[in-house]
Design a protein around this ligand. Sequence first.
Ligand SMILES: Nc1ncnc2c1ncn2[C@@H]1O[C@H](COP(=O)(O)OP(=O)(O)OP(=O)(O)O)[C@@H](O)[C@H]1O
Ligand SMILES: [Mg+2]
Length: 266
Amino acid sequence: MAITITMGIQKGGCGKSTTTGILAHLLSEDFKVLAIDMDSQGNLSELLTQQPSNEFVGKSILEAMQQDEVKKYIYNVSNNLDILPANNFLATFARWIYTGKTYEGEYRPYKGNTSAILDNLLDKVRDEYDFILIDTAPSLSEQTTNALCASEYVVVMYECSNWCYSAIPNFMDSVVAANEVGKRNTEVIGILRTMNDVRRSDAKAFNELIEEDYPNEVFRTIITRKAPTGRLSLYGFEENKELEQALSQYKEFYKELIERVDNRQY
Ligand SMILES: Nc1ncnc2c1ncn2[C@@H]1O[C@H](COP(=O)(O)OP(=O)(O)OP(=O)(O)O)[C@@H](O)[C@H]1O
Ligand SMILES: [Mg+2]
């Protein structure tokens, strides 16, 4: 049965999509992985498939949820890695939930718990994967709520800045709310410090601050700003000459995460 992990924070540009993509890639070396793009920007879809997200219009996670049918929307990326992709139309998700109207003008009301649409959908494929990883949008929207309610674990992305620091408490509250509303005992598995600019003294201060506030949650690994990691969005994971440099700093985080998951599972 798959273990489902969401990467989230409502602050934009904190490394959620990059981290989800890298983690999906690393996990797929040993496990069967399904990645899910719950952000209408479609960045994870583009990162993993190296195709424009418009390629997935009509073939995305949105239609999978609206039709309550998952298998035909799964796109195979590589041997052990699949994705349920997204595109801009995912921005109509909330309108569909509240009016029943799809972006194509059909009336297809959802009759269950609207925070558990994704969770219920994933129940159809959970036994086919070891890990399901969900990338979320930079907002505490219905997409994020659905991702949290579909997950056992949440990695909170913390880009060491003031506005990200101020986003953390509300995000932590949302995880608690998902735990209460959903059926997966959703909990934070850790806070990952990302995109750290080692030259900036304020970044160092925000690094330390989060460690004081959440000593048990922060991962020891700190992800720094590194050009090859940023350029993954350009070159992807296949035929990327700097792949090793792009991924190297994530390997320690990967180990820490697996260790924490193992400790909680048994
Ligand atoms: N460690 C890193 N070093 C350098 N650049 C990075 C790093 N991590 C991410 N980036 C780049 O920073 C930008 C933001 O990263 P990313 O898109 O992963 O963040 P996000 O949290 O998913 O953003 P959004 O909130 O818009 O979904 C991207 O251009 C990405 O390529
Ligand atoms: Mg993103």
